[in-house]
Design a protein around this ligand. Structure first.
Ligand code: DGY
Length: 317
């Protein structure tokens, strides 16, 4: 009998056609419910899911026949990994292929919030632009400023690399310190979290979301930042305490924020949406044609390897 794989979202014709050569593909309709997902998974041995799907203990316990989860994306905080491990389910992710796209978007947001590009765009569209003025819409110079990176994995390093073009000194805090050689290459100096927050003109978050990084940036951390500094988050929303961030922005304790991720996506608090000094993107980190195709290929390849009896690469548990 052909194995069945449930796919929670359309990831493109070609990758799905390739997958269909190895298994019966059940592509869920756009607005499926958890009950429907469980219903299909109870007769399937594999799942291809993504960051918007909650693969929790209740779901995994209800699907004892599930053997393999291929995650389309690098972050796996939406999957109960401990439970998957207990049930001996193989879980894979797609690291590497989204590094450059996410680093590019980080810079797009950093530049945008500093130079007030989106704010200016709104003004022009609303017909409120009255012409060039010497003191009109002044932003802050990016070149030469200090970039603070929290989480120096692949994406953090790709962000640091780009800072060279802006002649920016880079300081970073991370679970693991980079080898000295790599620090030299990147021109990055390891510091503790407090120093990273208090010295940087831009604090950019690139660590994974885990119980340890939940609200890593809260009121006390925002208080440590310079009043002229910006916070950039393209990692995961709940790493930042959104309520504390809104308070800090309203009180002018930091200069602004550029966010691609939120605590409860796709909900974005109205208070945040009303602030001019905030740039808000709809989780676009990996959203380029090239990267999404590479993610789809990788996620499908992992499943094909599994169906062929091989151990797929990028196993996280
Ligand atoms: C990931 O891969 O975790 C990204 O957030 C998806 O864009």
């Amino acid at each position: 009998m052909r194995p069945r794989v449930v796919v929670t979202k359309d990831i493109g014709k070609e990758p799905l056609a390739r997958l269909a050569k190895h298994a019966e593909v059940v592509l869920l309709p756009p607005e499926w419910t958890a009950v429907e997902l469980i219903h299909h998974l109870q007769t399937s041995e594999a799942l291809l899911c993504n960051v918007t799907d909650t693969i929790d203990k209740a779901l995994l316990r209800a699907c004892p026949g599930l053997r393999m989860i291929s995650n389309y994306g690098v972050g796996i905080n939406h999957i109960d990994i401990a439970c998957a491990r207990e049930q001996q389910i193989i879980v894979t992710n797609t690291p590497g292929v989204l590094t450059e796209a996410t680093a590019d978007l980080t810079w797009a947001l950093l530049l945008d919030v500093s130079r007030r590009v989106s704010e200016g765009d709104r003004l022009v569209r609303e017909g409120k632009w009255a012409g060039w003025e010497p003191l009109f819409m002044l932003g802050r110079e990016v070149s030469g400023k200090c970039l603070g990176i929290i989480g120096m994995g692949r994406i953090g390093q790709a962000v640091a690399q780009r800072a060279k073009g802006f002649r920016m000194p880079v300081i970073y805090h991370s679970r693991r310190r980079l080898p000295e050689e790599r620090e030299k290459e990147l021109g990055a100096q390891y510091v503790d979290l407090e120093q990273c927050l208090s010295e940087a003109d831009y604090v950019s978050i690139h660590c994974p979301y885990t119980p340890e990084t939940h609200h890593l940036i809260g009121a006390a951390e925002l208080e440590r930042m310079k009043p002229t500094a910006f916070l950039v988050n393209t990692a995961r929303g709940p790493i930042v305490d959104e309520t504390a961030l809104i308070k800090a922005l309203k009180a002018g304790r930091i200069a602004g924020a550029a966010l691609d991720v939120y605590e409860d996506e796709p909900y974005v608090p109205m208070e945040l949406r009303q602030l001019e000094q905030v740039v808000l993107a709809p989780h676009l980190g990996s959203a380029t044609e090239e990267t999404r195709l590479a993610m789809a290929d990788m996620a499908v390849n992992h499943l094909i390897a599994y169906f062929q009896g091989e151990t797929p690469p990028n196993v996280v548990c």
